[in-house]
Design a protein around this ligand. Structure first.
Ligand SMILES: *[C@@H]1O[C@H](CO)[C@@H](O)[C@H](O)[C@H]1NC(C)=O
Ligand SMILES: *[C@@H]1O[C@H](CO)[C@@H](O)[C@H](O)[C@H]1NC(C)=O
Ligand SMILES: *[C@@H]1O[C@H](CO)[C@@H](O)[C@H](O)[C@H]1NC(C)=O
Ligand SMILES: *[C@@H]1O[C@H](CO)[C@@H](O)[C@H](O)[C@H]1NC(C)=O
Ligand SMILES: *[C@@H]1O[C@H](CO)[C@@H](O)[C@H](O)[C@H]1NC(C)=O
Ligand SMILES: *[C@@H]1O[C@H](CO)[C@@H](O)[C@H](O)[C@H]1NC(C)=O
Ligand SMILES: *[C@@H]1O[C@H](CO)[C@@H](O)[C@H](O)[C@H]1NC(C)=O
Ligand SMILES: *[C@@H]1O[C@H](CO)[C@@H](O)[C@H](O)[C@H]1NC(C)=O
Ligand SMILES: *[C@@H]1O[C@H](CO)[C@@H](O)[C@H](O)[C@H]1NC(C)=O
Ligand SMILES: *[C@@H]1O[C@H](CO)[C@@H](O)[C@H](O)[C@H]1NC(C)=O
Ligand SMILES: *[C@@H]1O[C@H](CO)[C@@H](O)[C@H](O)[C@H]1NC(C)=O
Ligand SMILES: *[C@@H]1O[C@H](CO)[C@@H](O)[C@H](O)[C@H]1NC(C)=O
Length: 761
């Protein structure tokens, strides 16, 4: 009897227990949870809206039950637009056996309720990519079974509660992309099971990182990028003997990079760019077969040589040491890095030869150094075998600009051109001919050999560059006629031939259907331009987008042409009175510069068809006749320079309507009559009108006393002024879209290369 009573008692107890955890209560809790989000919106209906009493709740989308007891142990919702806050008394708390809770990308708003700390069985909590605000409740430190805590991509603020250091079962903690600040609590030193720690993109400033990190011996992936950390790295980083990926760029870490870091045998990826590391780069004794394949130390203060030892890391495929103060030559041992495909050493003080083995890379950026020559040898010993330029089949991006390279451009580059997208040799001392190497360069989009000493005629094989968008030959010694044959390059957007010795007429059969910027200034072009000269310049006359529409259209279009470019690409766009800085190029910048030639006759009135022009420069020629009022059709015009010609007659009064004009120059002509009345005209410098036959209405511009005319001519002074103006070079930072470190775990890291889509609009 006694025994029977006892068993009845236990039966009764279990009845109560089962009722508490009974399926219907669990189901009701889920339905209540659903009803906590009355203003939810699609795609809500795809998951939660199918929850109804006609089916077993354990079969509901996102719900998993314990097969025996029917208790809900897992709730996983993703991309469900709950569009509301998680209430502090949320019915989720009734799902006491919940081990796994994922509400990611569910548009949860408001604070994280501290009552979540009561879900004591939770092992997995993922509320990432919501719109959560407020501080991290310290009660989360009660969830002692947690192995995964992911709250990344929210708007959390404040400091870490030290209680999180109690979560000693954690293997993954992610708080990246919030607004958290303060120190990393010392209690984190006990998280020694942590394999993934993601804290990037916050405002953390410190904590005893050297001490904490050394204790996190299970770390595989450590991400601290884009915070305000200022400390040194732990001196004994080899304690982190499992580390595979270490990202800490965009902080203010100081001191050396401890050699112990490079002795971690598992280490594959190191992003430490944009810190204040200094001193010589040293690698220590690496393990026998180091795994390191990605090394980014750009934008630091390293000095000294690039160590030969770097070539011990045979698996390296990407090296970025740009923007430091490295000196000396490229290490002789580097050809041993047979996997190397991306090398960026730009903005250092490196010198010597550019070894020819580098042509076999995909991306080579050596700009802004002091390299003096290109190695011409075709045969380069690599591990005893021989490799030559016939192997350079993957070259994609080549930037050797802003060095001291002398000699000629090697014809053997020919074999590298089939894949190449970008060749930038700008601002060196290269001489001789540009070799005829472009037969297979059908992918080439950008060729810049400006500011060298290249002579002769343009290589005819350029005609094969069907993808060319940007061709810059400025400031060389080319002596050739106008390359109208390039007019069949249907994608060519920007053509710079300025400051060479080109001569003769420019063809009246003008192709170049996509041209947006043409600069043929400071050459010896001559002859007259027919009145209909600009008739078929389609791209410049099209008005097919307004300025708002432009940016989106072109950014999208840009993507399809996008190619990677390391560093910023700067090109000297003239132009006084015109803002040519990024993102201006996205806004359809269009310009023609015919200045400094020997053109005669009238300025073609068909110029009025090029309605989208922003900058027009016909100065320093021998144009005659009057200024045609068709110029008033160029309603986007911001700068107009007609100075130093033989123009006569009046300034057309309609020009007063050009409301974007900020720079005008009519000086040194034979003009006369009234100055058009508009803010644009009245705000010009007096010198913009000087040395003409006699304007009137200049008083407000020049003051009562000094009204320049033929009598007040002071040619020396004005020449000085103009040359100063025309020398002005605006550095134009073109589009640069930075790719940060891959955000998805173990995604193949993309280089910090910057992508440029400017020229491809
Ligand atoms: C309940 O949900 C099921 C799918 O899970 C659906 O087929 C059914 O129409 C729903 N019933 C009601 C009354 O909404
Ligand atoms: C939560 O509390 C509010 C009042 O603050 C109440 O209206 C609501 O019914 C409660 N919800 C649950 C599930 O207890
Ligand atoms: C949950 O936690 C809060 C504070 O963290 C506490 O006040 C409350 O009593 C706990 N229990 C329930 C069922 O919410
Ligand atoms: C949970 O955490 C809070 C705040 O950290 C604490 O006050 C409370 O005692 C904890 N409760 C349990 C059951 O551990
Ligand atoms: C570091 O970890 C060890 C165990 O791995 C632990 O005993 C020690 O307390 C930890 N150090 C700190 C500062 O938490
Ligand atoms: C550094 O850490 C390694 C690996 O944990 C250990 O073997 C070595 O003794 C440590 N060295 C120093 C100087 O602490
Ligand atoms: C180009 O490659 C071919 C083999 O593909 C080789 O015979 C030739 O010498 C190479 N030319 C140059 C200039 O390197
Ligand atoms: C150009 O490409 C063609 C066809 O792919 C190939 O036969 C030829 O050898 C290439 N020429 C050079 C100079 O690479
Ligand atoms: C243009 O210049 C060339 C010399 O470069 C000269 O032979 C020719 O006569 C000039 N033409 C005109 C129209 O001035
Ligand atoms: C400009 O373009 C945008 C986007 O294409 C369009 O929404 C807007 O109506 C246009 N504005 C004008 C004035 O055409
Ligand atoms: C351009 O794109 C941005 C984001 O992609 C969007 O917010 C903006 O409304 C778009 N503008 C136009 C005019 O379409
Ligand atoms: C100026 O624009 C008008 C209307 O867009 C056009 O009809 C006219 O031909 C243009 N004038 C010149 C000289 O291009």
């Amino acid at each position: 009897m006694m025994i029977q009573n006892q068993s009845f008692f236990f039966f009764f107890l279990s009845l109560i227990f089962n009722t508490l955890a009974s399926p219907s209560l669990q189901r009701d809790a889920l339905l209540e949870f659903k009803n906590e989000f009355p203003i939810s919106a699609p795609p809500f209906h795809k998951s939660v809206s199918s929850w109804n009493t006609s089916t077993d709740h354990c079969s509901w989308r996102g719900v998993t039950c314990n097969a025996n007891s029917g208790e809900v142990i897992s709730l996983e919702l993703e991309l469900t637009n709950l569009n509301g806050p998680l209430k502090s008394n949320t019915s989720l708390l009734k799902l006491k056996h919940l081990q796994h809770l994922t509400l990611t990308r569910c548009n949860l708003r408001g604070d994280i309720p501290s009552s979540l700390g009561n879900l004591s069985h939770l092992k997995y909590l993922d509320l990432s990519r919501n719109n959560l605000v407020g501080e991290i409740p310290s009660s989360l430190g009660n969830l002692s079974h947690l192995t995964t805590l992911s709250l990344g991509n929210n708007h959390l603020i404040g400091e870490f509660p030290p209680s999180l250091g109690n979560l000693d079962q954690l293997t993954l903690m992610s708080f990246s992309s919030n607004n958290l600040n303060g120190n990393i609590p010392s209690s984190f030193a006990s998280l020694n099971k942590l394999s993934y720690l993601f804290l990037s993109n916050n405002q953390f400033s410190g904590g005893d990182l050297p001490c904490i990190l050394t204790n996190l011996t299970s770390l595989l992936y450590l991400q601290l990028s884009n915070n305000h950390f200022k400390s040194r790295l732990p001196s004994n980083m080899s304690e982190l003997h499992n580390l595979v990926i270490f990202e800490a760029s965009g902080n203010s870490f100081v001191g050396n990079i401890p050699t112990s870091m490079f002795t971690i045998p598992s280490l594959q990826v190191v992003y430490l760019s944009g810190n204040q590391f200094e001193g010589p780069l040293e690698f220590g004794n690496t393990s026998s077969s180091p795994e390191l394949r990605f090394l980014d130390l750009a934008f630091n203060n390293f000095k000294g040589l690039v160590p030969e030892y770097i070539s011990r890391f045979l698996k390296l495929d990407t090296i970025d040491l740009s923007h430091n103060s490295f000196i000396g030559p490229i290490p002789r041992s580097m050809p041993e890095l047979v996997s190397l495909s991306i090398l960026d050493l730009s903005y250092n003080k490196l010198e010597g030869q550019v070894p020819s083995f580098l042509w076999r890379l995909d991306t080579l950026t050596l700009s802004h150094n002091s390299f003096s020559s290109l190695e011409e040898s075709l045969q380069v010993a690599v591990n005893g075998s021989h490799s030559d330029l016939s192997k350079c089949t993957s070259l994609y991006f080549l930037d050797l600009s802003n060095n001291h390279l002398t000699g000629s451009i090697p014809a053997c580059l020919m074999n590298c051109t089939a894949s190449v997208r970008v060749i930038n040799l700008r601002n060196n001392n290269l001489s001789g001919f540009l070799p005829d190497i472009f037969t297979n360069a059908t992918e080439l989009r950008l060729l810049d050999v400006s500011r060298n000493k290249l002579v002769g005629k343009l290589p005819k094989s350029l005609i094969k560059c069907k993808s060319m968008r940007y061709l810059n030959l400025k400031e060389n010694k080319y002596k050739d006629t106008f390359p109208s044959w390039l007019g069949s390059l249907v994608s060519l957007r920007l053509l710079f031939l300025g400051s060479n010795a080109f001569y003769g007429p420019i063809s009246s059969h003008f192709g170049f259907p996509s041209l947006r910027v043409i600069d043929i200034s400071h050459n010896r072009f001559n002859g007259t331009l027919p009145q209909d000269y600009f008739l078929n310049w389609h791209e410049m006359s099209l008005v097919w987008r307004n300025k708002t529409g432009w940016s989106n259209h072109t950014v999208n279009e840009g993507n399809s042409y996008m190619f990677e470019i390391n560093g910023y690409y700067d090109m000297d766009m003239m132009y006084k009175g015109v803002d040519t800085k990024f993102p201006r190029i996205f806004l359809g910048y269009k310009a023609i510069d015919f200045s400094g030639n020997k053109f005669t006759g009238h300025i073609p009135k068909s110029i009025g068809l090029l309605k989208e022009l922003i900058h027009v420069n016909f100065s320093r020629n021998a144009f005659t006749g009057s200024i045609h009022s068709s110029l008033a059709n160029l309603t986007n015009l911001e700068a107009l320079d007609l100075s130093h010609n033989k123009l006569s007659g009046n300034i057309p009064p309609d020009l007063a309507w050009l409301s974007f004009l900020s720079y005008l120059d009519f000086s040194h002509n034979f003009l006369q009559g009234p100055i058009p009345r508009s803010t644009q005209f009245q705000s010009q410098n007096c010198s913009s009108f000087e040395d003409n036959l006699g304007f009137y209405g200049l008083e407000e511009i020049c003051g009562e006393i000094h009204v320049p005319g033929p009598t007040s001519r002071d040619s020396q002074q004005s020449d000085e002024f103009s040359s100063e103006e025309s020398e002005e070079v605006l550095n134009w930072l073109a589009a640069a879209i930075a790719f940060g470190p891959g955000s998805s775990m173990f995604a193949k890291p993309i280089s910090l290369s910057l992508s440029l889509s400017t020229l491809f609009l």
